[in-house]
Design a protein around this ligand. Structure first.
Ligand code: AMP
Length: 207
């Protein structure tokens, strides 16, 4: 199953993608995670994209599409995958149509006020775990004990820019997939478990 998770920054795409990965045994491909890993490792790609990401803007389409195309050509993607954070522009969606056939697109719908609250309280661990300060008070990761940190682009002024970019560039992609009959919308404001149950129902229908 080839799945796209759409939704604003902070809609919970990463959390849901991890659950989908566990249940259906397909890789979770997050372009944001790929860029952040490159920034951490100081690769030429990381050096190129750091200032763009820190400003809340999008990495150029050509570069992003090449990275995704290369990743999807790896053998672990043969049985399907979950795309999280890609496509983010209509040009990326059209490029993706040219090299793969997506089965289902799930839009995780969350109001803007909720998104801002979620992002501003989000804390990350290098191991990939994500926490929220409202439910987790420790300074270190429960799984691996490394110190938690806030993403630079989760700070308030950058979040505003990311939401503006989302509204203008990413939201219109939903129509692209709706026109192909591939779009399902789930309400993203409930508990993680409720949202996942809704997603699993949609995915099970596609199996
Ligand atoms: P995310 O972790 O998905 O919120 O992505 C973090 C940042 O990485 C975004 O704000 C963009 O700067 C960049 N990014 C991630 N995915 C893409 C994409 N598909 N196209 C362009 N930039 C992206």
């Amino acid at each position: 199953m080839k799945i796209i998770l759409l939704g604003a920054p902070g809609a919970g795409k990463g959390t849901q993608a991890a659950l989908i990965k566990d249940r259906y045994g397909i890789p979770h491909i997050s372009t944001g995670d790929i860029f952040r890993a490159n920034i951490r490792e100081g690769t030429p790609l990381g050096i190129k994209v750091k200032s763009i990401i820190d400003s809340g803007n999008l990495v150029p389409d050509g570069l992003t599409v090449e990275i995704v195309k290369d990743r999807l050509s790896k053998p672990d993607c043969d049985g399907g995958y979950i795309l999280d954070g890609f496509p983010r522009t209509l040009a990326q969606a059209e490029a993706l149509d040219g090299f793969t056939d997506i089965d289902v697109v799930i839009d995780v719908a969350v109001p803007a006020e909720t998104v801002v609250k979620r992002i501003s309280g989000r804390r990350m661990c290098k191991c990939g775990e994500t926490y929220h300060i409202s439910t987790y008070k420790d300074a270190c990761c429960a799984k691996c004990s490394q110190p938690l940190y806030q993403r630079d682009d989760d700070k308030e002024d950058v979040v505003k820019e990311r939401l503006r970019v989302y509204e203008s560039q990413t939201k219109p992609i939903a129509d692209h997939y709706a026109a192909k009959g591939k779009l399902s919308v789930v309400e993203g404001t409930g508990s993680v478990e409720t949202i996942f149950a809704d997603i699993a129902r949609i995915l099970d229908d596609h199996r």
